[in-house]
Design a protein around this ligand. Sequence first.
Ligand code: HC1
Ligand code: SF4
Length: 568
Amino acid sequence: IVTVTINDIPVSCPETTLILDAAKMAGIDIPVLCYHPDLKVRATCRICIVEVKGQKKFKTACSNEVWDGAEFITNSPAIRQARKDILELILAEHPQECLQCIRNTKCELQQLARDFGVSQPLFANKPKQIPPEDANGVIVRDMAKCVKCGRCAEMCQEVQTVGAINTAHRSVDYEITTAFDRPLQDSTCVYCGQCISVCPVGALYEQDDTEKVWQAIGDTGKHVVVQVAPAVRVALGEEFGLPPGSITIGKMIAALRRLGFDKIFDTNFAADVTILEESHELLARMNSEAVLPLITSCSPGWINFVETFYPELLPHVSSCKSPQQMFGALVKTYYPKVAGIDAANIISVSVMPCTAKKHESARPEMNSSGYRDVDIVLTTRELARMIKQAGFDFNNLVGEAFDAPLGISTGAAVIFGASGGVMEAALRTAYEVVTGIDLANVEFTAARGLTGVKEAEVDLAGKKVKVAIANGLKNARVILDKIKAGQCDYHFVEIMCCPGGCIGGGGQPWGTTTATKEARLNSIYQLDREMPIRKSHKNPAVKALYKEFLEKPLSRKAHELLHTHYVP
Ligand code: HC1
Ligand code: SF4
């Protein structure tokens, strides 16, 4: 423990504390731009410089630790001027189009310019003339707005280990780019959107599909249904100023109904169906010579990753479509039957915490209903934008409930939104299917939390089932390399593309950090605890679906509609 002062306020902290964090302890926020709490420090923007009494040179607060007796000054005239100069230089080549920018009012650069009073530009504005790249239909890269903080490259390289986005050149030529400066769709990009999550400005964002949805709900001849993913309900509130993790299911449904959707359904219904299909697939594989471990398939960024980086492991991947796509196939086959509606008139919209879901829904094979199973995918951010455009006072909406039957779900389904949730939900069902015993304690806590790789062993009627969970693609590599080397005897593996699972998806509100994710995780498990039914196979609407339509898990019809296959 050392003692330092920040603007004459004494602070005692471990000597490994960054100046930035020591300042926080003194109640002082030092401005940052290239720094992100979940990424390796780059210290390239220099906006966080501070003065040290007795030293001439400024120090960057994000990359330097404190030392005993040090006296830091964070807001001297010289520091304020230096920060202003840095901002002026960035703004000199930044397009001045804040009003049209997707990050307007949510841009970290705009906030800094406001905070430091950068109102009279010192330099002529000469933005780079680079057209936005948007041909992939998922992620827009508007590199004219890039401030070269490097956060996206750090995320793509070090956290996701995909390497689609890179840094190149040095000094004034330094830039963020892709391999050979090719468009994203020609790179190894898996569309996870994690780069969007950490971008401080409007250089990276999802393709905006809100206009398509406005048109659909404005078309009186169409029956527009919406499904909402588990992780959206614990994050949407942040867009309306509520604390991270706020549970807004009722308000969210009320808002969707007011927007004009004809039916408000739940992806969780399909998550329960996924559990029935996938747990039976696991048991079938364990009872035969089929390849093990079985690996989950609901995270589309992960599917893109395995196809690109580990195609030889595709036989391990479950043939189950993701809940989004199972829902899409059922809403245009089963639902028209029970509701007496012509499937040709249905437009199926989903709201996802994920950008890769846009890519997944557009896969050519995702049309087993005879139509596009999911027509339009919105992110959590896009839904928030629509609610704001409609002018609803979201926080004061009176809660409403999902529609039946595709809105009925269990606690096992909602935990899909958290890393480890698919595994836990599958075990709740597999246990009862194998043992025939009612599982009293449904909580497999070893599956929970933000640890990168989690392992556990479960006793299914004397058979030890070994499971593993990886969240984030870097952690996925750890398990995949072991499987490739024949160094593990897992039966079942869950892989989610985004760190933390879908609660940390690339389509969630900007400002997502580990702290935000923890709050969302707690709420996901709270929702599970509050559900009257917590096992997928006990969902009455799912039971009816099998009785009236699918017959049984892995039936011929289930295979046609709910399963897919991957070509190595
Ligand atoms: Fe997910 Fe899933 S949990 S993939 O993270 O299996 O996006 O929330 O909807 O499909 O259910 C996302 C979340 C989501 C699917 C489910
Ligand atoms: Fe990398 Fe994911 Fe961004 Fe693609 S979407 S560039 S994989 S971080």
